[in-house]
Write a protein that binds this ligand. Structure first.
Ligand SMILES: CN[C@H]1CN(c2cccc(OC)c2)S(=O)(=O)c2sc(S(N)(=O)=O)cc21
Ligand SMILES: [Zn+2]
Length: 260
């Protein structure tokens, strides 16, 4: 079976048994309290150079749906903001709820969004491989985008239209020519803090950059994510993929900074 999941027996409340760092000092996600975030005028804008990005495939990894990118060179990078150098785009994935009232990992003043998109990047300037970067304190940078339900999102159908091909854990489909820039809100004002992966192995290697403005997607579009299952095609128990989010973790004295 799975080493970890989001159920009663294998979910976030027991991850610490196999991954003791779950109780560490820089765990993610967190609840962001806007008025307690310190505005830092030295924080420049986030710059995304995704125009040459090369998406390769879309997959169901038994925890989420993931779109992987070619990351053998600096063709698609994030830089600026709190980052000291460019970080390479490796993959993006989503977290969502069983109903639209919850599903995001980060919360804002205690409020959840329906879903959260994570664009995962790694520091290929300082580290030779992703795996090495993933265990380093400045190894990863994840851009988080909240999803709120409302009108149809004009580009999300590119993803939701192919989700039926990755219904089961372990399924993979070619997914070329997708530029995730179409999933970003117009303003990239953000909060940033030092944290971790929000799933096992929970490495404390992530500089989080959480965009303040959500993108709007329809309930119908979000509902398509819930047609995925955590389980493999061969398993007799089909478990709907939903509520694949970790709840907020203790801040432990960390500072959250805010761009303008
Ligand atoms: C299953 N999910 C994770 C998979 N990855 C991972 C990271 C390091 C090591 C590794 O195996 C050795 C796998 S990952 O870097 O792609 C990420 S990013 C991320 S999140 N939600 O914090 O953005 C969760 C995971
Ligand atoms: Zn994530």
């Amino acid at each position: 079976g799975n080493p970890w999941g989001y159920g009663k027996q294998d979910g976030p409340s027991v991850w610490h048994k196999n991954y003791p760092v779950a109780e560490g000092d820089r765990q993610s996600p967190i609840d962001i309290v806007p008025h307690q975030a310190s505005h830092d005028p030295s924080l420049g804008p986030i710059v995304l150079n995704y125009d040459k990005c090369t998406s390769i495939k879309i997959a169901n990894n038994g925890h989420s749906v993931v779109v992987e990118f070619e990351d053998s060179d600096d063709r698609s990078v994030i830089q600026g903001g709190p980052l000291g150098n460019p970080y390479r785009l490796k993959q993006f994935h989503f977290h969502w709820g069983g109903k639209d009232c919850h599903g995001s990992e980060h919360t804002v003043a205690g409020n959840s969004y329906a879903s959260e998109l994570h664009l995962v990047h790694w520091n290929a300037v300082k580290y030779k491989t992703f795996e090495e970067a993933a265990t380093a304190p400045d190894g990863l940078a994840v851009l988080g985008i909240f999803l709120e339900t409302g009108d149809n999102h004009r580009w999300l159908h590119t993803i939701t239209d192919v989700l039926y091909t990755v219904k089961f854990k372990g399924s993979v489909t070619d997914f070329k020519g997708f530029n995730p820039k179409c999933l970003l809100p117009s303003s990239l004002h953000y909060w940033t803090y030092l944290g971790s992966l929000t799933t096992p192995p929970l490495y404390e290697s992530v500089t989080w950059i959480i965009v303040k403005d959500p993108i709007i997607v329809s309930e119908k579009q979000l509902g398509k994510f819930r047609t995925l299952v955590f389980t493999g095609e061969e398993e007799d128990q089909r478990t709907r993929m939903e509520n694949n989010f970790r709840p907020p973790q203790p801040l432990k004295g960390r500072k959250v900074r805010s761009s303008n």
